[in-house]
Design a protein around this ligand. Structure first.
Ligand code: ARG
Length: 567
């Protein structure tokens, strides 16, 4: 456990482990508590199997003995077969959790060191498609989780802006490009040029020749006509990408395309040469990785002397290490690039870079759209903008139906539509494929973003209706909240969800925990009257609603889901 992300239920976890450690004569940090299989048994469970063996007794005996001996403030131990369960006294639970949640450092850890997170990294001159959605939202969420754990985070967008395909694009532009089209629909036009190039290349030998010349001009490093137009392609592309990043709430510290490493490629090859890992194979330069269990060698230079995607990744990794001395470097890239990541990280290890073991490929599964008219239009890949627009349109229809009087309907539809898409992506285990079903993504009930946003907005509505500032935690009788242990257990486990989500690089853990919090919150305000109770009780419950609002808002913020106050 790195630290306790400022406590909540972890406070009792630490207390219980200390008592257990003392009774067993062990280190507290070597013990780990679980959750009882049945929530009614308490908040923590300690399986006695391993320790019974060491103490030469049987687990049930040991559980019984410990239950009789242990003394932990506000916690009642009980033996259930080989398990020792612990229940926290509801009033102490409410007090502890409420006071921790209300502190500004709730959910903040103290881990140190820099974490580089590379994510999104779309290719210029092409639309961002649904595949880029996952890297963009997972990467942004992991960056925020790392930051919460205490790390300093460096976010990098590794744009795909280099390679021989840009020679082809420039050749096509020189033949058929239209300034007018470029200024109106730049990406569509560039895509059209690229497609046309591939169609006509077969019957026109002059085209590949022109593409080759253009790429040489690009690689020459001179500020020639080719480079000028390529730069414009990048600018136009970024303008569109930035619009999507704004909608998704993604930010970057550095937008550094592959081209940024261009002048580091020759020195990289020289350095690889000096470490003795390079070999020649049919005129090309490779690193053989068979001795590391990888059959396919890593190609670092073609027989024509051009560098490759892997060469640029090698240079980028080395440059990032030299610049940031990172604790970890995460690359949020789809599982289809698994081999590529294995190859270039293994090259680095083979070349003697101890730090290469700090690189993590954060891979993820595909998004599959349910067949039907929304899957693709005219056989094209569905662009991310189309998906977001469609979600916003659907959200607007639902809002129109449910709450036609709402102010700022357009802005809220955007928040709900985009939030629905982001949450749907993050609620899945990242390595699994995600199947997209519009009805499910946007439903206001069930495991969805809109459901969570709605729960948050409900809290805001109650607080608005109270028509007085949310009472401060010091001014209320926290004991009055001891009738709602489920809510405080859920709120109190928020730090644990944050910690595990970061440790496992799995935003899903946070997403699922927020659903639990929302469901405990819903039960709370359905079963218990908040407004119109005695002044004391109303204050205590309003305070609970405020803590619920705060935690849901915080968690959704980490996932990148917007939180409208009304919807
Ligand atoms: N531009 C690539 C694509 O869209 C992703 C780049 C991934 N990052 C990397 N360092 N190779 O498929």
């Amino acid at each position: 456990m790195p630290d306790t992300l400022h406590l909540g239920l972890d406070h009792f976890d630490v207390q219980i482990r200390s008592a257990l450690a003392q009774a067993l004569g062990l280190e507290k940090d070597s013990l780990k508590l679980e959750r009882p299989r049945d929530e009614k048994m308490g908040e923590f469970a300690f399986p006695c199997f391993r320790f019974a063996k060491e103490k030469k007794t049987n687990p049930a005996e040991l559980a019984k003995k410990l239950a009789g001996e242990l003394s932990v403030e506000f916690v009642a131990p009980s033996a259930a077969g080989p398990f020792l369960n612990f229940r926290v006294e509801p009033a102490a639970l409410a007090k502890r959790v409420a006071s921790d949640v209300s502190k500004p450092n709730y959910g903040c850890g103290n881990l140190e060191g820099k974490v580089v997170v590379e994510y999104s990294s779309p290719n210029i001159a092409k639309p961002m498609h649904v595949g880029h959605l996952r890297t963009t939202v997972i990467g942004a969420a992991l960056s925020r989780l790392a930051n919460r754990a205490g790390h300093e985070v460096v976010r990098i967008n590794h744009l795909g802006d280099w390679g021989s395909q840009f020679g082809k694009l420039v050749a096509a532009w020189n033949r058929w490009g239209s300034e007018e089209k470029l200024s109106v629909e730049p990406i569509d036009h560039l895509l059209e040029l690229y497609v046309r190039y591939h169609k006509e290349e077969e019957n026109d030998e002059s085209l590949p020749a022109a593409a080759k010349v253009a790429f040489q001009e690009l690689e020459s490093g001179e500020n020639n006509k080719t480079r000028v137009i390529w730069k414009r392609f990048t600018e136009y592309s970024l303008r569109e990408f930035n619009h999507i990043f704004d909608r998704l709430g993604s930010t970057f510290d550095f937008v550094r395309g592959e081209s940024w490493y261009e002048d580091q490629l020759d020195p990289l090859i020289d350095w690889l040469e000096s470490t003795g890992v390079l070999e020649e194979s049919d005129g090309a330069t490779i690193v053989d990785l068979k001795d590391h269990g990888i059959k396919t060698p890593c190609l670092v230079k073609t027989a024509h002397g051009t560098t490759l995607y892997a060469t640029r990744d090698l240079a980028a990794a080395k440059s990032r290490w030299e610049e940031f001395q990172f604790e970890r470097a995460l690359y949020v890239v789809g599982a289809e690039q698994n081999l590529h990541f294995q190859q270039f990280t293994t090259v680095l290890k083979k070349a003697g870079c101890e730090w290469a073991s700090r690189i993590e490929h954060i891979s993820f599964g595909l998004i599959r759209l349910q067949e039907g008219k929304l899957s693709t239009r005219e056989g094209r890949i569905l662009s991310l903008t189309e998906v977001l627009d469609r979600a916003v349109e659907l959200a607007a229809e639902i809002i129109e139906e449910k709450n036609p009087e709402l102010d700022h309907k357009e802005a809220v539809s955007e928040q709900v539509g985009v939030g629905a898409i982001i949450f749907h992506d993050l609620k899945h285990q990242r390595n699994k494929d995600v199947v997209f079903n519009w009805g499910e993504v946007l439903s206001f009930e069930g495991d969805t973003g809109p459901y969570l946003q709605y729960s948050h907005a409900r809290c805001c509505a109650i607080l608005r209706k109270a028509d007085r500032p949310a009472p401060s935690i010091d001014s209320i009788d926290l004991g009055l909240l001891s009738d709602s242990p489920e809510l405080f257990v859920a709120l109190g486990r928020y730090p644990q969800a944050l910690r595990e989500a970061w440790e496992k690089r799995e935003p899903m853990i946070l997403a699922q925990h927020l659903l639990k919090i929302a469901s405990a919150g819903n039960a709370f305000y359905h079963e218990k009257r908040v407004l119109g109770e005695s002044e004391e009780l109303e204050s205590a419950r309003l305070c609970a609603i405020d803590l619920l609002r705060k935690t849901l808002g915080d968690g959704l913020g980490i996932l990148g889901v917007p939180t409208p106050e009304e919807m």
